[in-house]
Write a protein that binds this ligand. Structure first.
Ligand code: GDP
Ligand code: IMO
Ligand code: MG
Length: 427
């Protein structure tokens, strides 16, 4: 069981942080492979709550080496403040490894993210404003700054010049903003360089050597399948590949090394930012899910949009990721409903559709077809085994499993590490 991928099966915030933390004690490496500090992963250990943005959740497991892979975009100021925040709370962060090939989120990328969103007006994506899209755009345009560039002032200066050449024209002429000075950016980035240096490593070599030695590597996705730049609800997506293939490109580990792909799946659905969401609720049920589930963004503090479980999306996630298992989270949040609607298909322009339509227009027109499953009233947060769950909760899980196309191997019944029912072991 050398390499496992754990990723979001919906639109993010499924509980990836908790699931990673649960496995963190039994794996040797936890690797972030894409995204950056747009992520907000909450981990609850005993009475301590941690909100991680850029660092892999494995940083909280002492025996585990946390890795920021080449596919991640790194904001050095966020990295250093997250590290010092953890150090102040007694967490040892000295094992962290950062790929020298990871791209750097520069201050101008953050500026461009914000002004672009403002310029889009009501067509905005609702980004986290952390510079994620513009940094990946620079990477693809081959004008990106990589972590290794921080250690050669002359190269760094040339690269920042190249990146700002066009951007300053756009900022001043199109957006009516002040130009950004090359020297100021270079100076700021060089200011971070020495503090980051101890962590910078050839992570591709290290991870592959570890796998050769039968060490266990866990890849922790940020965001989720429907936010994937290729497979998500484009253009209302993030700018990276949270789907399983991203774990390979974002780490330099080949697909033959991956034996298990676990989709983290919330027992209902949430979404942050703009874009279509067929089962979204605008009534008191939506309000109740938000309140009971604490559905407020960890990164931006925005209220999350809430809706019922969507099996069409779960099936799609199984397919595009080759999921071997699901980890169903937040089942406890559904306690108290008389009956629980589950979307089993869509109706699009009068026709029943069982699978996610590839056409954006069709998806915008998709209306949920619901089946109504009986609810339960008992508190389930102390359940330790599947048979501890009330019959209707068991039936809800079994129905979701049947519709979603992969076994549900664990169930979350609360935010804490222990509040989990393990059905099939992941390791
Ligand atoms: P991530 O981005 O996928 O790591 O998820 P977030 O941390 O943004 O959001 C998930 C939220 O649900 C966090 O506040 C978790 O502490 C919480 N959580 C995770 N699993 C469960 C669960 O099974 N039950 C409950 N009630 N909360 C959970
Ligand atoms: P975790 O890892 C939920 C959303 C933003 C926006 C879109 C693009 O905690 O699940 P970006 O800043 O990435 O360019 O924004 O993606 N988004 C998330 N939504 N959870 C996240 O991360 C997200 N990261 C980005 O709200 O709609
Ligand atoms: Mg989150």
């Amino acid at each position: 069981m050398p390499a496992l991928v754990l990723l979001g099966a919906q639109w993010g915030d499924e509980g990836k942080g908790k699931a990673t933390d649960l496995l963190g004690g039994s794996v040797d490496y936890v690797v972030r492979y894409q995204g950056g500090n747009n992520a907000g992963h909450t981990v609850v250990v005993g009475d301590q709550k941690y909100a991680l943005h850029l660092l892999p959740s494995g940083i909280l497991s002492p025996g585990c080496t946390p890795v920021i892979g080449n596919g991640v975009v790194v904001d050095p100021s966020v990295l250093l403040s997250e590290l010092s925040g953890l150090n102040e709370r007694g967490v040892d962060t000295s094992k962290l490894l950062i790929s020298g090939n990871a791209h750097v989120i520069t201050p101008y990328n953050v500026t461009v993210d914000k002004v672009t969103e403002r310029f889009l007006g009501k067509r905005k994506i609702g980004t986290t404003g952390r510079g994620i899209g513009p940094t990946y755009a620079d990477k693809i345009n081959r004008v990106g700054i990589r972590v290794q560039d921080l250690y050669d002032e002359s190269i760094l200066t040339q690269k920042v010049e190249a990146a700002l050449d066009v951007k300053n024209q756009i900022l001043t002429k199109l957006y009516n903003r002040r130009a950004i000075a090359v020297g100021q950016v270079v100076e700021e980035l060089l200011g971070y360089a020495e503090q980051i240096r101890p962590y910078v490593a050839d992570t591709v070599l290290i991870l592959n050597q570890a796998l050769d030695e039968n060490k266990v590597v866990l890849f922790e996705g940020g965001q989720g399948t429907l936010l994937d730049i290729d497979h998500g609800t484009y253009p209302f997506v993030t700018s990276s590949n949270p789907t399983a293939g991203g774990a390979c490109t974002g780490s330099g580990v080949g697909p033959t090394k991956i034996s298990r792909v676990i989709g983290i799946l919330k027992a209902y659905t949430t979404r942050v930012g703009s874009g279509p969401f067929p089962t979204e609720l605008f009534d008191e049920d939506g309000e109740a899910l938000r309140r009971i589930g604490g559905e407020r963004g960890v990164t931006t503090g925005r209220d999350r949009r809430c809706g019922w479980f969507d099996a069409v999306i779960a099936r799609y996630a199984t397919r595009v990721n080759g999921l071997t298992d699901f980890f169903l989270t937040k089942l406890d949040v559904l306690t108290g409903w008389e009956q629980i609607p589950v979307c089993v298909a869509y109706e699009i322009d009068g026709k029943r559709v069982e699978e996610l339509p590839y056409s954006q227009t069709d998806f915008h027109h998709a209306k949920p077809v619901y089946e109504y499953l009986p609810g339960w009233q008992e508190n389930i947060s102390k359940a330790k085994t599947f048979s501890d769950l009330p019959k209707n909760a068991q039936a809800y899980v079994k129905a979701l499993e049947e519709m979603s196309g992969a076994p549900i191997s664990a169930i979350g019944v609360g935010p804490g590490r222990d509040e989990t029912i393990e059905i099939n072991s992941f390791l």
